[in-house]
Design a protein around this ligand. Structure first.
Ligand code: COA
Length: 325
């Protein structure tokens, strides 16, 4: 069995409001609020990077677990905005934290589903051979986006969240995780430049493709609602529970309307669904672990609570986890 023994979360200090976006692109606070529920997001400082964000959340999670960096046996970093192209952010994080020469790897390209997928990988690794794992979800999306594209730029923010997992009893148990991918829907959310198909070069720079996130917003919306609600039902079926047994659902924070639609499909009250999208926007792989940390810090979850985490992202990926406190 996999247990969560430590939680951590970090957001940069700088707050950017919708009104500030309205000074940069043709948008309004009203449009962003009505369509997404987002009011503000955090923007990393120039001297911050994906690695420093991850490091801040990871240090908190390790401290919270009562362990030291020396106790970590393996590290996974879920991110679509890595520190650099190669090597992986997880290797750099191992060094930053002062961990031993333990295996590390990034789970990249899974968009916002990355952290919950990483949780699935980690629990399989722990079941295979008991070990202490650090799993981080982190994004510094605002530095990678096209700031002139109002249809995507206003949606995102920067954050990091982390958990320490182990085989011995801790604050919560990961009971089950389900995840899935529909690769035929890959085209609905892509940043296609920078790979071998279309490498970074003068042409991708001049055409603006290098940072162009292409998104079919309506299709992403529909898929997100269908996949997250199905994933939650599936994970509950696997553990023989129903939505009535659930104390709190922590969904990926992309859009308040998506969260509301999932909530209605699951027939669950507003008080049982955690929302922070108005404060932080969509922080990709960081939304779920950061929200989880916030819930623990704020006493929103307590012993005995069944908590469901769920996320979706580019791929098209989805996942849900059942966590027993
Ligand atoms: C992107 C999203 C907010 C758009 O909302 P929507 O209700 O689908 O918007 P619509 O398609 O009805 O409207 C789009 C119109 O608003 C305009 N628009 C887009 N961004 C805008 C902005 N920031 N401000 C003002 N207008 C904007 C578009 O140009 C378009 O105008 P047109 O109709 O004249 O062409 C919504 O589709 C969404 O959240 N989808 C999911 C995206 C997501 O979660 N992505 C992350 C995945 S991890």
């Amino acid at each position: 069995m996999t247990h969560i023994v430590g939680f951590g979360g970090y957001v940069p200090e700088r707050v950017m409001t919708n009104d500030e976006w309205a000074l940069l692109v043709d948008t309004t606070d009203e449009w962003i609020t009505q369509r997404t529920g987002i009011k503000r997001r955090r923007i990393a400082a120039p001297d911050e990077s994906t690695l420093t964000l991850a490091g801040n959340a990871a240090r908190m999670a390790i401290k919270d677990s009562g362990l030291t960096p020396d106790d970590i046996d393996e590290i996974i970093v879920a991110t679509d905005t890595p520190e650099m192209y190669t090597p992986d952010t997880a290797a750099l994080l191992q060094d930053l934290l002062g961990c031993r020469n333990v295996p590390t790897y990034d789970l990249g390209g899974s968009g916002c589903a990355g952290f919950v997928q990483a949780l699935d990988v980690a629990r399989a690794r722990i079941a295979f051979s008991p070990r202490t794992m650090l799993v981080v979800g982190v994004e510094l999306i605002t530095r990678m986006l096209d700031w002139s594209d109002r249809s995507t730029a206003v949606l995102f923010g920067d954050a990091a969240g982390a958990v320490v997992l182990g085989p011995d009893p801790g604050r919560a148990r990961v009971l089950e995780v389900v995840s899935g991918t529909d690769g035929s829907a890959a085209g609905i959310l892509t940043l296609a430049a920078g790979g071998t198909r279309n490498p970074f070069n003068r042409q991708t720079l001049e055409s603006g493709e290098y940072n162009r996130l292409v998104m079919d917003g309506r299709r992403v919306f529909t898929e997100a609602v269908a996949r997250m609600s199905q994933a939650v039902s599936d994970v509950l079926d696997r553990i023989g529970k129903t939505i009535d047994d659930v104390s709190l659902v922590i969904p990926h924070q992309a859009n308040l309307r998506i969260i509301d639609a999932v909530r209605k499909k699951l027939q669950v009250g507003e008080d049982k669904v955690f929302v922070n999208v108005h404060e932080y926007g969509n922080t990709g792989s960081a939304t779920v672990p950061f929200a989880l940390w916030q819930c623990v810090e704020a006493g929103r979850v307590s012993e005995g609570d069944l908590v469901i985490l769920t996320a979706f992202g580019a791929g098209f990926h989805w996942a849900a986890a059942a966590v027993q406190f």
